[in-house]
Design a binder for this molecule. Structure first.
Ligand code: SAH
Ligand code: SF4
Ligand code: F3S
Length: 467
């Protein structure tokens, strides 16, 4: 049996991490990763359900595979991840040529399931998903979302110098618009000892930077109830790991932005002063409908607390525009919040109704699409102007940058050895910095002189390379 697998990922960093883990377990099981469905015997999509658009993309990609499946019926086509958990059998009904549907809680068994499916003479559609948390007892549901964080060799990570590490599964917040608690299951923190030992191994392998992942990462609580309990304690333990140089964490929930965490970020030099704390809206009426659990007054006070404890921190946010019942006045309050908070960056999304959420069942999706689009553009313009005002003063300064790799443009051009290429790196505040330098600098932390800036990217030169 040939074993060539094509794996495509959409969705958040949690999905990117899962795909890395899947790829690594498949390579260890003897698969070869290929870069086009045409060259593969197994085609897998790791999917996202957070907005309709993400699902549409996958259903159209599946549609395009129909002729290939007719020509090569032995090809295994699998849908993995969040949309698998959400749509389940519906995927077989909408795309009859799909062989497997596997939820995020079953990914650890993927190599074994693929073996079984490949060896069957008459293939039956195979559905492997977790229990519905609305219908079963919590302990059973938790168990059905099996943990999946196997060790992986550095060559199977997207970069040997950086790694994402999951510290929490699932989410218990149930914001009314959001599908994540349903598809990712109940919130469960990983034992601190397990996280520390995983990161020790990564650092020993040369990893410089870890990004800790959780849907509400700052509500981390060690389930083993040892000495390390909160995220701030975990950060302090990780800080002691030799060889590790930078620690980041996403995504923060505003309600849990406690002083001990902010003090840890201030006092531990390896922890980046970069905080992603999505506000979602600047209107109390909307925050209540979203069931976010805070008021805009609380959110502003929290931003002030961050700025006073960690001067110079980079704060970023997410906003949803056109959520149910959003008036022009509600929207203006989001604009006011962006202007006032001066986020380094914000991701802005048009509300997309998700079947199975509280909002979809109880609140009409009543803001017309063209209004959502206009509000999206308007808020983005306000944010981008602020981002640019923030980056321009960096021109002429030196920023410490962790070199991540060649830029997209440089990757396209074939290059050899250690020639000068366009490199991309990141500052501790999460600025993207583009500059020319020898390829061998990848993985190093070094100063780059900023020469030019736009809202999202800084362009620089290496001081040593300048004439
Ligand atoms: N756990 C994180 C991220 C959740 S998903 C958090 O709580 O912030 C990432 C972002 O997608 C959210 O912050 C929200 O802004 C957006 N989002 C979630 N559901 C959405 C929906 N139904 N429509 C539009 N945007 C949505
Ligand atoms: Fe979704 Fe809210 Fe959980 Fe974030 S905190 S994943 S927005 S339910
Ligand atoms: Fe999407 Fe699942 Fe992440 S729904 S945003 S891939 S947790």
């Amino acid at each position: 049996m040939t074993k060539r697998v094509y794996l495509e990922t959409i969705g958040c960093q949690m999905n990117v991490l899962d795909s890395e883990l899947i790829a690594s377990s498949l390579v260890q099981a003897g698969y070869e990763l290929v870069d086009s469905p045409r060259n593969a015997d197994t085609i897998l999509y790791n999917t996202c359900s957070v907005r309709q658009h993400a699902e549409d993309k996958i259903y159209s990609a599946l549609g395009r595979l129909r002729p290939l499946k007719e020509r090569k019926p032995q090809t295994i086509i699998g849908v993995l991840g969040c949309m698998a958990q959400k749509d389940q059998e519906l995927i077989f009904r909408r795309a009859g040529h799909v062989d497997l549907v596997i939820g995020p809680g079953q990914l650890s068994r993927l190599p074994e399931i693929l073996e079984e499916v490949a060896s069957q003479r008459h293939r039956e559609p195979r559905l492997e998903v977790s229990l519905d948390r609305m219908k079963e007892r919590r302990a059973l549901v938790e168990e059905s979302f099996a943990k999946f964080d196997p060790p992986r060799p550095p060559e199977l990570r997207s970069s040997p110098f950086q790694a994402m590490v999951r510290i929490m599964f699932g989410c218990d917040k149930f914001c009314t618009y959001c599908i994540v608690p349903k598809v990712r299951g109940p919130e469960q923190s990983r034992p601190a000892a397990e996280i520390v030992s995983e990161i020790r191994c990564l650092a020993a392998d040369g990893c410089q930077e870890v990004t800790l992942l959780g849907q509400t990462v700052n509500s981390y609580e060690d389930p083993s109830k040892g000495q390390t309990q909160r995220l701030s304690d975990l950060l302090a333990r990780l800080h002691d790991i030799e060889g590790l140089r930078r620690i980041k964490f996403v995504t923060n929930y505003p309600r849990h932005m406690t002083d001990d965490l902010l003090q840890a970020v201030r006092d531990l030099p390896k922890v980046s002063p970069y905080l992603h704390v999505p506000a979602q809206s600047g209107s109390n009426e909307q925050l209540k409908r979203m069931k976010r659990g805070y008021t805009v007054e609380y959110y502003r006070e929290m931003i002030e607390r961050i700025r006073s404890i960690i001067p110079g921190a980079a704060i970023t946010s997410d906003f949803i525009v056109g959520f149910c019942g959003e008036t022009e006045e509600d929207f203006q309050q989001s604009v006011d919040l962006v202007r006032w908070a001066r986020f380094k960056n914000s991701f802005i999304f048009k509300y997309s109704e998700r079947p199975g959420t509280k909002a979809a069942g109880t609140l009409p999706d009543d803001v017309p699409d063209e209004v959502k689009r206009r509000r999206n553009n308007d808020l983005l313009a306000v944010q981008n102007a602020i981002s640019l005002e923030d980056t321009l003063p960096l021109v002429g300064k030196d920023l410490e940058v962790l070199v991540e790799g060649p830029s997209k443009a440089a990757k396209k051009r074939a290059s050899v050895g250690n020639e000068i290429v366009q490199l991309v790196g990141r500052s501790v505040w999460d600025h993207i910095v583009v500059f020319d330098g020898p390829r061998a600098l990848v993985g190093q932390i070094l100063p780059v002189r900023i020469e030019k800036a736009d809202a999202f990217t800084l362009f620089g030169t290496m001081p040593r390379l300048k004439g």
